[in-house]
Design a protein around this ligand. Sequence first.
Ligand SMILES: [Zn+2]
Length: 258
Amino acid sequence: MPETTLQEPHDWRPNRFMVIVAHPDDADFGPAATAAKWIDAGSVGRLVCCTSGDAGGDDWRIDPLELAATREAEQLAAAAAVGYEGVAFLHQPDGALANDLALREQLVREIRTFRPDAVLAMDPETLFHHDGGINHTDHRAAGIAAVDAVYPAARNAMSFPWLARDGLAPYTVRRLYLFWSNSPSAWVDTTATLARRIGALRAHASQIRHPEKLDERMRAWARAEGTAIGADAADAFRVIVIEEDEPAPGESEGAAAS
Ligand SMILES: [Zn+2]
């Protein structure tokens, strides 16, 4: 039995959501089971990879462009398993991602085009993971760039004014879901979609060193997160509500599909 009081499972659901990550595979090691659950319930999801993972290998003789092409193909297969409507690759450099104006403009363009209710991104405040290890510099850069793109840039008419002149109107994202956080505040029960997440992860063949251990490893991670809500599997998020709902999407059945 858990020693602490159980949290209520988090059941808000966006009609449209965007997952913003640094590398191909981050979304599948991250919130893929939540994405699959929301998509199954009628949400539309889009994935944005800031880099194509061109530094994600151990062999310096490999052509980075070749590796990037492999990893994009792996991510497209994984995204199809999760059910995203599409994937955008921003082609920023792996290992050198910076929260600069160029990246933020790319993200604002994505957000204003897709108009998500919620953006899922890596918690940029995670420098060291609570269970050990250092959080990759690209993860922190992608996280803070996503936060800065959501607020204020995407909603501010005078940020990147040429975007508005091109017809991309300012847009307000209402919630941020930060994953890989050391300060989680919400747990989504992913018991029903954990297997889909593991299947998506298997598509990243170039990145999985011990595929025979993947299943148990991912189930153990999800089980550890699930203890907070007494579920077999969960994804944990630090949720930032930027604007309250009116009306609330996903809180009443049928609202999301209309
Ligand atoms: Zn990564």
